[in-house]
Design a protein around this ligand. Structure first.
Ligand code: GAR
Length: 252
């Protein structure tokens, strides 16, 4: 089983990031970004499309406690969301085991199996598309999606990040918040765009930083509110529909 704390510690995943952070800590400017316009997008709700339950695909890279919160929520039909599949960028992770135990189809799409990053991205997009999700949820997915993915799912993919955007983007949110000495941090749910944790913000929850916090204790406390935020807002987005105008996300 994968170490469920693997994402709670600085893990050197920066190779997955496009570009380099410049400027002050927590307010990095990222270079070489591909632009994907997602303004003025409207995703209709399930009542309008005639379905009772909206389907999502969840992408994971590690422990999958956020995924588990979604799996638990979907057990109640009133939640109105079905997880059509869980995808990962690696094998042997607890996130995939959680999906399998719940009887949810899984797939793995590894960068190492493709000649180029763009090929991987296109393959990921087509594997996700096979399940025809209304919304794609990146829940601890530690890869940046690219142009092909954004072409198909831009504006209907959300990602959860363990910091209050726009502070501390990237894969070390809790560590960078602690190092910077902030007294309040938290988590952000946002609509995926081509940047690193830069997309239009759906929701944020704040968490106090304690004097004796370590990266692990802080991240665990963030994850507790993050799971609740994810379940609440994914449910609302799927059930009610949402729109994105410029940077404003409105749930109908
Ligand atoms: C979550 O805190 C998520 O925000 C973070 O990884 C954790 C996954 O936990 N993602 C990022 O840092 C992406 N920038 P989980 O595997 O237990 O759901």
């Amino acid at each position: 089983m994968a170490d469920c704390r693997e994402w709670a510690t600085p893990g050197g995943r920066t190779g997955d990031l496009r570009g380099e952070a410049k400027g002050a800590p927590g307010m990095g400017r990222w270079t070489e970004q591909v632009r994907c316009p997602i303004s003025s997008l409207i995703v209709t709700n399930m009542a309008e499309t005639g379905s009772i339950t909206g389907s999502i695909v969840v992408l994971v890279s590690g422990c999958g406690t956020n995924l588990q919160a979604l799996i638990d929520a979907t057990a109640d039909p009133a939640y109105g969301v079905r997880i059509a599949a869980v995808g990962a960028d690696r094998d042997d992770i607890e996130g995939l085991n959680r999906a399998r135990r719940a009887g949810i189809p899984t797939f793995v799409c590894r960068v190492a199996d493709f000649t180029t990053r763009a090929d991987w991205d296109a393959a990921l997009a087509s594997q996700v598309a096979a399940y025809r999700p209304q919304l794609v949820v990146l829940a601890g997915f530690m890869k940046l999606t690219g142009e092909a993915f954004l072409r198909q799912f831009g504006g209907r993919s959300v990602n959860t990040h363990p910091a209050l955007s726009p502070s501390f983007p990237g894969v070390h949110g809790p560590k960078e918040a602690l190092d910077y000495g902030v007294k309040v941090t938290g988590c952000t749910l946002f609509v995926v765009d081509a940047g690193v944790d830069t997309g239009p913000i759906v929701a944020q929850s704040a968490v106090s930083v304690h004097a004796d916090d370590t990266v692990e204790t802080l991240h665990e406390r963030i994850k507790t509110v993050e799971r609740q935020m994810l379940v609440d807002y994914v449910g609302r987005m799927v059930r009610d529909g949402f729109s994105v105008t410029e940077r404003k996300v409105t749930i109908s």
